[in-house]
Design a protein around this ligand. Structure first.
Ligand code: 4AD
Ligand code: MG
Length: 446
């Protein structure tokens, strides 16, 4: 078909303003057919745009014959331009309908491949089309608010946003979840290429950048070749990370609490309708109130073993453990004093060097870890010793060791998994429900 001229934007009214009762007289909306029901004389076409859905009532007697046929025959997702007069109507979704005087189809859609009950894999295969669905649109709106509030909070605290590379040479979070990427170098001997890794965290680079700016943050993808196929693991996830000089572990935790409160406040202010449509009771988020409870790793170990787990000192808490721990909780929970093996960069507690001055924050309702952070080893000797102790290659960390040689200072930081946070805010069943194109071990398409 020949496409019509690009329409004049000034003519169109967003569905949301019709639903708000703000539109006067005849208006024109444009969007996509969401569903249609028609009889011989009347067609109810629900049209959605980026702002909402609106029932358009087309009466055969009141429009040109061609317009009525178009309204009846345009399949779901056809793009349309509809003119009419808004009228309050309790039976219509949103309380308003459009009494139509003109109905134009810009493009007749083919039969949409997504119908009810086709299963998760089908929806994932068709994610490029499923993104038009209400649950996706609603979750993406909550997500956008959370991202904006993360930025807004750290800006308001005087932190500077900084970017670090995605191609890196050393591991920050251990070798087992490191992605190797092909890095073409035509000049190399025999035309061979070498491998680079994809960044698991900006942290090591942040610690370098911090010396100039003191307080910094980023919002960027991180990559983990996760063997875990759980409802909270992505291979590419969005990481909100913060690093600050002269800040201790407890102070960082207090700032995280304020950040979470700010994000929740923003979502409640902006996304109540989205939360409600997603089946998430906003009261659950309203009730979240820092300061959050703090438990030591040793205490959590005991708690979990009391629940029937069989964990020994040094064991990691995975999805199952964290789920059991947080399932019945309504407030986030901090776990502190993890065993020394948790990470080479965390500062061992001077009072008890078998544990670290660090923390994880677990979301309630079974969602589990959303933040990992802590105070960094800042003494050059101690850092070199920790790298050796963990059996890591000091050559890969030469520049990182360098940072401790020139005016080292106490400092702390953390990483927030934004996809996990948004999954909890939305009450989503799976992390992939809150990101447009989820990347997991099994999926890089669409
Ligand atoms: O606990 P992690 O591994 O901590 C770090 O990467 C630190 N270097 C951060 C820092 O101090 N700057 O990761 C931080 C958070 C986790 O708490 C979790 O929310 C999220 O990142 N995360 C994931 N989210 C989704 N899918 C995955 N595979 C994730 N791995 C970590
Ligand atoms: Mg962690």
């Amino acid at each position: 078909m020949a496409y019509p001229e690009f329409p004049d934007h000034s003519r169109f009214t967003p569905v949301a303003s019709v639903l708000a009762g703000a539109a006067e007289g005849e208006v024109t909306v444009r969007g996509w057919v969401y569903r249609t029901r028609s009889s011989g004389k009347l067609a109810f076409v629900v049209v959605r745009d980026g702002t909402g859905i609106l029932q358009c009532t087309v009466s055969k007697a009141k429009v040109a014959a061609g317009d009525f046929d178009a309204a009846c025959s345009a399949l779901r997702e056809s793009s349309v331009v509809v003119t009419g007069t808004p009228a309050a109507d309790d039976r219509a979704p949103g309380g308003y309908e459009l009494r139509v005087s003109g109905f134009e189809v810009l493009h007749y859609a083919e039969t949409f491949p997504i119908t009810q009950d086709l299963g998760d894999e089908h929806l994932l295969d068709n994610r490029h089309l499923w993104l038009r669905s209400r649950p996706m649109v609603d979750a993406l709106k909550v997500r956008a608010t959370a991202f904006g509030a993360f930025r807004g909070f750290w800006d308001s605290q005087g932190y500077t946003e900084v970017q670090s590379p995605s191609f890196v040479s050393g591991a920050c979070e251990g070798g087992s979840s490191l992605f190797d990427t092909y890095y073409p170098d035509e000049s190399a001997e025999g035309g061979k290429s070498f491998y680079a890794h994809l960044s698991q965290s900006w942290q090591l680079y942040a610690e370098a950048t911090m010396f100039g700016l003191e307080r910094i943050y980023t919002l960027a993808p991180s990559f983990r070749a996760e063997k875990s196929r759980t409802r909270r693991h992505l291979t590419e996830f969005w990481h909100g990370e913060v690093e600050a000089a002269w800040v201790h572990n407890e102070q960082m935790m207090a700032q995280e609490e304020a950040m979470l409160a700010a994000i929740i406040t923003a979502v409640l202010a902006r996304n109540r309708p989205e939360l409600e449509r997603l089946g998430r009771d906003p009261a659950v988020l309203e009730a979240v109130q820092p300061p959050f409870e703090r438990l030591k790793y040793a205490e959590v170990l005991e708690l979990l073993n009391g629940m029937g787990f069989d964990l020994a000192w040094g064991d990691d808490f995975g999805y199952r453990e964290e789920k059991a721990l947080t399932q019945e909780r309504t407030q986030p929970l901090y776990i502190t004093h993890f065993p020394r093996e948790k990470g080479f960069y965390h500062r061992p507690d001077p009072a008890d060097p078998k544990v670290l001055v660090c923390h994880d924050l677990l979301a309630p309702e079974g969602y589990g870890e959303i933040i990992g952070g802590g105070e960094r080893v800042w003494s050059p000797e101690e850092l070199a010793a920790r790298i050796a102790e963990e059996g890591m290659e000091p050559e890969s960390y030469g520049w990182y060791l360098d940072l401790r040689k020139f005016g080292s200072v106490p400092h702390s930081g953390f990483g927030l998994g934004l996809d996990r946070l948004v999954a909890w805010l939305c009450g989503a069943d799976h992390i992939r429900d809150v990101i447009a194109f989820p990347r997991t071990m099994r999926r890089t398409t669409p």
